[in-house]
Design a protein around this ligand. Structure first.
Ligand code: MN
Length: 288
């Protein structure tokens, strides 16, 4: 199943080029009382709700996916976990580019030395909101990444079992202003995390570790790779993350970007694609 959030408050099941409004499924969510549990209520209950979502999609006439505004398919993650320098060709270009290398210092560090990093949950937007760059005099780059969305509370999971806690996959854009500050500062501005266009459940996607993906800007190919080229594989990233952070439903893992990162500016149109997920169009808004 592919499911999305659209027009801010609507939940949709995506079939082909159509989105079927299944928002009525939210009536089946358990009532919550303060203090609310951490995480995203829809993702928490996805397994229970899925038959109802499929049924409602069968019964509802779809509308063209192009006619709706796609929001982040996760409304309330507690955190976005991200892996740095996870493709060797990107690590090499980062070392060779003074504006990127400035952060790493003189010595190129391994992923293990750098550690995972966190992006703020409030930086998250969907495709329709677009990215609003914050630093007019500096370089904001695109980074296209496979994103895993977690479905269950998970701590200390093994590499072998790691994929069992994934609710689905989406395209992630880890937007980054280049500079010397910590990653959490440079990558957590409002709209610097894009998730979408929808979430594809694991049964529909197949093996997430062999997916082609690319990103174009204004039609020009910028990034192109395959998730099989990750230095730290997806299962290991999840086991690693869960050994440090308890993972909550709706939490997102951005798995690192490939070579070809580069600057974008207001008016640019990014188009990202991941095999088995689909295409996502994201515009660069004016500076704030
Ligand atoms: Mn990244």
């Amino acid at each position: 199943m592919k499911f999305c959030r659209f027009n801010e408050t609507r939940i949709g099941v995506v079939r082909g080029a159509l989105v079927h409004d299944v928002t009525a499924c939210l009536d089946a969510l358990p009532a919550l009382r303060y203090p609310y549990p951490l995480g995203d209520a829809l993702i928490t209950n996805l397994d229970t709700l899925r038959p109802l979502m499929e049924k409602l999609a069968d019964e509802t006439k779809g509308v063209a996916i192009d006619s709706v505004q796609l929001f982040s398919p996760v409304a309330n993650p507690t955190k976005i976990i991200a892996t740095p320098s996870n493709y060797s060709a990107h690590a090499a270009e980062a070392r060779a580019d003074p504006e990127i290398a400035v952060y790493q210092g003189e010595r190129a560090r391994s992923i293990q030395e750098q550690g995972l990093f966190l992006k703020s949950a409030s930086s998250l937007v969907g495709a329709a909101q677009g990215v609003t760059p914050r630093f007019p005099d500096r370089r904001t780059d695109h980074e296209v990444e496979l994103a895993a969305v977690f479905g269950t509370i998970t701590a200390g999971i093994s590499e072998e079992d790691a994929l069992s806690c994934v609710a689905g996959y989406a395209i992630g854009l880890d937007m980054s202003v280049r500079g010397k500050e910590d990653r959490s500062y440079r990558k957590s501005a409002d709209s610097y995390s894009v998730l979408g266009p929808w979430i594809v459940t694991p049964d529909e996607l197949g093996d997430p570790e062999v997916l082609d993906f690319w990103l174009r800007v204004n039609g020009e190919m910028r990034q192109e790779s395959n998730t099989g080229l990750m230095l730290v594989k997806l299962r290991r990233q999840i086991a690693w993350a869960s050994s440090v952070y308890t993972i909550y439903p709706g939490d997102i893992l951005m798995t690192g970007t490939c070579q070809g990162v580069g600057p974008v500016k207001p008016g640019d149109e990014m188009k990202a694609w991941i095999q088995g997920i689909g295409e996502m169009d994201v515009r660069l808004n004016d500076y704030v």
